[in-house]
Ligand binder design. Structure first.
Ligand code: GLN
Length: 301
């Protein structure tokens, strides 16, 4: 194709797709249009560098645009989501990793003196947090725990891509007994982006409400903190003295999350930290020294 024709075609595709997505009230129509065009053109390069388009470009773009018009999440259409240095594979039916969760790993490293040898990711979803640990900390091992078997399979896949042989997944419900966890040696760190939305706080975006599994969104109980409380309880049992938990929560849950950690006990540091927009979004707790949890105590919790 002549360079000029190609550029005209791309310009017109961008204008039409942006207008259609705008009409469908997609929040970022122009950015999404560019991403869909790159997807249809089968390229990761900037569009200006393209010198040809695949034969089925128009059909591919039409299919992708129609899906996004129906408010299917962009990440599901592309099959991937950026997370820190990685591109995580995503699949329908599994919670899509969010940019705000990326900060959890920085907060963890700020609270530890050295890179953690053993990290547990509770409520792993697609496995993004654990995969980021494997990618950025080449000496770390990760154990991810996920209740949904389909999500656990995706976690295994993403861990393997990020750090072959250093990641492991177990499928388990943290609200019940988990013998595999009860038997573990204490670890340096626990990361978690659990479900935490309270029952009445129904997400507004159709991308979230119709596509993220509700089990990954709503945390249970009157306050949405049933699963987060279980996460904090497990962290108390799993962390070595001095080990750190970083757990994401909703911006209104800072105090409740600190209270939950204080009630569970065994921590000598309990604090709330903000996300990049200044909202309270992370609970950080450190396991108190001199109070090792015995295996029998862990087994009978
Ligand atoms: N952050 C999610 C959302 O934006 C809520 C649930 C979660 O991350 N664990 O909908």
């Amino acid at each position: 194709m002549h360079g000029e024709d190609l550029r005209t075609r791309l310009r017109s595709a961008l204008a039409t797709t942006t207008a259609r997505l705008g009409e469908a009230e997609v929040p970022s129509p122009s950015a999404d249009a560019r991403a869909l065009i790159a997807h249809a053109a089968d390229t990761d390069e900037p569009l200006v560098l393209l010198d040809e388009l695949p034969e089925d470009f128009d059909e591919r773009l039409e299919r992708a645009t129609a899906r996004r018009e129906r408010r299917e999440p962009l990440q599901l259409i592309l099959g991937r989501a950026p997370f820190r240095r990685l591109v995580i594979d995503v699949r329908p039916g599994v919670f899509i990793p969010r940019p705000e969760t990326e900060l959890a790993l920085d907060l963890l490293l700020e609270h530890l003196d050295e890179a953690p040898a053993a990290v547990i990711d509770l409520c792993a979803g697609s496995g993004a947090l654990g995969a980021a640990v494997l990618d950025e900390l080449p000496c770390s091992r990760v154990l991810s725990v996920e209740v949904d078997p389909a999500a656990a399979a995706l976690t295994a896949h993403n861990l393997e891509r990020a750090g072959t042989g250093r990641g492991r997944v177990i499928t388990a419900d943290l609200l019940g007994e988990v013998p595999e966890l009860a038997h573990l040696e204490p670890v340096d760190a626990v990361l978690s982006n659990p479900p935490y939305i309270p029952p009445e706080a129904i997400p507004r975006d159709p991308e979230v409400l119709a596509h993220d599994p509700h089990r990954a969104l709503f945390g249970g109980g009157d306050d949405g903190l049933e699963v987060p409380r279980a996460v904090i309880g497990w962290a108390r049992h799993l962390l070595r003295p001095g080990g750190v938990l970083v757990m994401e929560h909703a911006d209104v849950q800072g105090e409740e999350a600190r209270d939950a950690a204080a009630a569970i006990g065994g921590f000598d540091l309990i604090r709330t930290l903000p996300d990049l927009t200044g909202r309270d979004r992370f609970l950080v707790v450190r396991r108190a020294p001199g109070e090792p949890t015995s295996r029998s105590e862990r087994l009978t919790r």
